[in-house]
Design a protein around this ligand. Sequence first.
Ligand SMILES: [Zn+2]
Ligand SMILES: [Zn+2]
Length: 112
Amino acid sequence: MARKNRDEIASWNVEPEPVICPLCERVIPDDQKENHHLVPKSKGGKTTVCLHHVCHRQIHAIFTDAQLAKAFSTIAAMLEDPAVQKFVAWIKSKPPGFSDAARESASGRGRK
Ligand SMILES: [Zn+2]
Ligand SMILES: [Zn+2]
């Protein structure tokens, strides 16, 4: 996929348009928004997409930076991976604001 200039759109966000996660196609609540570099920053990538925190974390759990840079630098490519498909099928059954904080600790607030 060709590189798209999304900066202009981003700096123009007066309208509270719902942001849709390209991975799981659910709306992303404000506190779940996270930018993912399609090509990792460490590999010189600049294009980012907005994903759910959980989706973003899952991508990095599945792929290494090298894999992302080489073979999975588009959402479409990632969606062809069975591990991603499995995750997406699972996350789609969850509400948009779902975070897997419960899995990590009972007091999920303020972690980082
Ligand atoms: Zn990322
Ligand atoms: Zn998502």
